[in-house]
Design a protein around this ligand. Structure first.
Ligand code: NAD
Ligand code: IPM
Ligand code: MN
Length: 353
């Protein structure tokens, strides 16, 4: 299609700052190509909650469902902001969207671009994708407390892993691995301790490995994976892992590829029964919000992932190329958020005819 309806949820903190740059770049790349993004902005987040007492109601949820895709910034208050209890926005907004729209693949590419500085002395060529489960695991919200507030309190969080959920995730990861040059897939889990979920993941990977003989498969425990993420991240190609392990590992992946401000993600409903959602991996960064220094690159690259999802791989590639060139020329050196957006726009080049 040449026209798409996009919900924009800028959110809190640096969310609106980086989303503005993503939108700037998206407009600049789509309009000369004759592609229209009809954007509707939803001002949800901490302010909205403080003003209305509402995080995300069913009516808004249904309106969001009607869009072709969602561009999301970040939500969450500062940890020391006592007005907003931790978890309210995270669970009732972000996770509600991921669960409600069945974003079972949380796709998180990690690339070390030329011109960016990894904190590792010898990072090698880092180019992998984490296929993180997005709707299950410890995030399912199964749990509670007994004898709350007493010395005998028992707080539980129960990890939920379904054969259906793991299957469709692992299938996606294998298909992705088979489409890539190195055709390597690493299952990251902790099946030496989390034996129930771990065995389900391992068995599912073993099954698909038979269907995809061209994909080289290995396994790593999550703790060891953090070692290799530091000592030899170039070894990874496609990582498939559960929700919480994937969360932690992708912040680390962001750090080793030059900073969390560069790491994009897609919350993908691969069955396309509801809109997918694209966002930077990072959060609302209250420590730098309002300073105009947040890196918008992650949000811009998330916009590129959205274009690809909408069927515009050519435009997505132009954005990625411009970002790559921008980093090559200027690195991640101190530039204002909006300057980075302008610089990327200037590098988009002429549209192909
Ligand atoms: P964070 O990702 O917001 O920040 C971690 C560190 O990275 C901070 O020092 C921050 O300044 C820096 N950083 C993050 N993005 C950056 C960017 N684009 N450019 C430059 N520096 C950047 O994580 P946190 O501090 O743990 O969480 C802050 C709030 O965000 C919390 O309320 C948390 O729940 C929420 N959060 C939301 C999302 C989301 O909406 N997807 C993701 C993570 C955290
Ligand atoms: C992320 C964030 C979220 C997560 C939180 C805010 C719910 O950390 O997108 O990585 O844990 O998935
Ligand atoms: Mn995270």
């Amino acid at each position: 299609a040449r026209s798409h309806s996009i919900a924009v949820l800028p959110g809190d903190g640096i969310g609106p700052e980086v989303v503005a740059e993503a939108v700037k770049v998206l407009d600049a790349v789509t309009s000369p190509a004759g592609v229209t993004l009809e954007k509707t902005t939803y001002p949800l987040g901490a302010e909205h909650w403080l003003e209305t007492g509402e995080v995300l109601n069913e009516d808004t949820m249904e309106r969001l469902r009607g869009h072709d895709a969602i561009l999301f910034g970040a939500v969450g208050a500062a940890p020391n902001d006592k007005r907003v209890p931790s978890g309210i926005l995270e669970r009732d907004l972000l996770l509600k969207l991921r669960f409600g729209f069945d974003h079972f693949v949380n796709l998180r590419p990690a690339t070390l671009y030329p011109g960016t500085t990894s904190p590792l002395a010898n990072p090698g060529e880092i180019d992998f994708v984490v296929v993180r489960e997005g709707t299950e695991g410890l995030y399912a919200g199964n749990g509670g407390t007994l004898r709350t507030g007493t010395e005998h309190e028992i707080a539980t969080e129960v990890s939920v892993n379904t054969a259906h959920g793991v299957r469709r995730l692992v299938r996606y990861a294998f298909e992705l691995a088979a489409s890539r040059e190195r055709r390597k897939l690493t299952l990251v889990h902790k099946h030496n301790v989390l034996v129930n979920a771990g065995r389900l993941y391992q068995r599912t990977v073993d099954e698909f490995a038979e269907q995809f003989p061209e994909v080289a498969v290995d396994y790593m425990h999550i703790d060891a994976a953090t070692i290799f993420m530091t000592t030899d991240p170039a070894r990874f190609d496609v990582i498939v892992t559960d929700n919480l392990f994937g969360d932690i590992l992708t912040d680390q992946a962001g750090a080793v590829t030059g900073g969390i401000g560069l790491a994009p993600s897609g919350n993908i409903n691969a069955e396309r029964t509801a809109p997918s959602m694209f966002e930077p991996v990072h959060g609302s960064a209250p420590d730098i919000a309002g300073t105009g220094t947040a890196q918008p690159t992650a949000a811009i690259l998330a916009g590129a992932m959205m274009l690809e999802h909408l069927g515009h791989a050519d435009l997505a590639e132009r954005v990625e190329r411009a970002v790559r060139r921008d980093l090559e020329l200027r690195g991640t050196s101190a530039r204002s958020t909006s300057q980075v957006g302008d610089d990327v726009v200037a590098l988009l080049g002429e549209p192909a005819v």
